[in-house]
Design a binder for this molecule. Structure first.
Ligand code: NAD
Ligand code: ZN
Ligand code: ZN
Length: 378
């Protein structure tokens, strides 16, 4: 089918997204076509443009946070039908590999290939023409490419949800919501009564605040330099909001009688090497620091006080997809939304047409949005 999509022809050069005609093939074996209602605008897509996540291939169709309705099923699809409402998971889960069967489906072997530049079977489903009119296979972010009104998706990345959940809100459950919420609930394993700090209140960090509230944290301190983010953090359950580490450290000291925070979750836009040590300094003995943010892939220099880290028994925990299990947690998060225990509507600060995608990323960079969302009209 011919449609439109937002492509990067020169990833890593800050050239911005080009909305142009693309062609999407019909679904092949174990794939479905999904007509999207909306796509979230996640910082990870921007990392393809700014080079924090370098890609050795092009062009790429961006977007990995979407939800919609199945319009076509390929061969050997047994558990999805035309008309099903689905969330697209930014990491697939095959259900069969060692990671999947041992309860770590966020680290499914298939997920290792999401930046390979082609579908799991090694071929392209999306095609575009370069400036000289030559046809090119287009790689899709996360095997998806939700910056287009239709996605041909592998079934392993498609999770059925109930039809009463509004799809434009459900889109955010494809990445930002589970990543942030799970960073608190699972990766940090927060406990009732904890004092926690969330560093960086974007589409991911605001959901880490929601997760902390869920686990019954006593004090939730949000750090973000943008005043709007500080206000929003408090709307979502933060007990305190400040603009930098120094202010947070003072608060933590007062609130814990100098013992330190039980958990610190880092969800800033880019994890530079100087961000972790201040997080460790405000963490109590035996406490946990969770790193969710993407870092420049080639960065190797990280300032870190290893002596204190070892001798005070702290833990540094990486968090991929919030350590959530898509087939369990996506339906769970929709249930929590339905029962009023998880905010989704309020996460969407602004909506955009696909043609305005560069504005959406500019607004994200300025800190104007918790989440910007591309909405697809019928
Ligand atoms: N681990 C995963 O599975 C996973 C999944 C999705 C996104 N991510 C990553 O998570 C990060 C956050 O994504 P997002 O979409 O929420 O980004 P975002 O741009 O919406 O939010 C980032 C926030 O961090 C704030 N910030 C920047 N520097 C700061 C600092 N020094 N101290 C405090 N706050 C600071 C910004 O003001 C902004 O509000 C990105 O690096 C993204 O690539 C990781
Ligand atoms: Zn994302
Ligand atoms: Zn697997």
């Amino acid at each position: 089918m011919k449609t439109k999509g937002a492509l990067l022809w020169e990833p890593g050069t800050n050239s911005g997204w080009s909305v142009e005609e693309i062609e999407i093939d019909p679904p092949q074996r174990r794939e479905v076509m999904v007509k999207l209602a909306a796509s979230g605008v996640c910082h990870s897509d921007h990392h393809l443009d700014d080079g924090v996540i370098p890609l050795p291939w092009a062009p790429v169709l961006g977007g990995h946070e979407g939800a919609g309705v199945v319009t076509e099923v390929g061969p050997e699809v047994h558990d999805l039908e035309v008309g099903d409402h689905v969330v697209l998971s930014f990491l697939p889960s095959c259900g069969k590999c060692r990671m999947c069967v041992s309860g770590r489906s966020n680290m499914c072997e298939l997920g290792a290939g999401v930046l390979a530049g082609y579908a799991p079977d090694g071929t392209h489903r999306v095609h575009a023409r370069d400036a000289d009119g030559n046809g090119k296979g287009v790689g899709c972010m996360s095997f998806l490419g939700t910056f287009a009104p239709y996605v041909c998706a592998p079934v392993d990345a498609v999770v059925k949800i109930d039809e009463d959940i509004p799809l434009d809100k459900a889109a955010l459950i494809g990445c930002g919501v589970p990543t942030g919420w799970g960073s608190s609930v699972y990766a940090a394993d927060m406990q009732l009564g904890d004092t926690v700090v969330v560093v960086g209140i974007g589409g991911v960090g605001i959901n880490a605040v929601q997760g902390a509230r869920h686990k019954g944290a006593r004090n939730i301190i949000a750090i973000d330099p943008v005043p709007f983010k500080q206000e929003q953090a408090q709307e979502f359950g933060a007990t305190h909001a400040v603009s930098n580490y120094e202010e947070a450290a003072k608060l933590v000291e007062q609130l814990t009688n100098g013992q330190g925070a039980d958990r610190v979750v880092v969800t800033v836009g880019v994890a530079y090497g100087n961000l972790l040590n201040p997080a460790q300094e405000m963490t109590r003995r035996g406490g946990v620091i969770v790193l969710t943010s993407a870092a420049p892939i080639l960065q190797r220099d990280v300032e870190f006080d290893l002596f204190t880290f070892a001798m005070s028994g702290k833990r540094l925990q990486g968090s991929l997809y919030g350590t959530t299990q898509s087939r369990n947690d996506i339906p769970l998060l929709t249930d929590l939304y339905r029962t009023g225990q998880l905010k989704l509507d309020e996460l969407i600060t602004r909506t955009y047409a696909l043609e305005d995608i560069n504005q959406a990323f500019a607004d994200m960079q300025k800190g104007l949005n918790l989440r910007g969302v591309i909405v697809y009209e019928d």
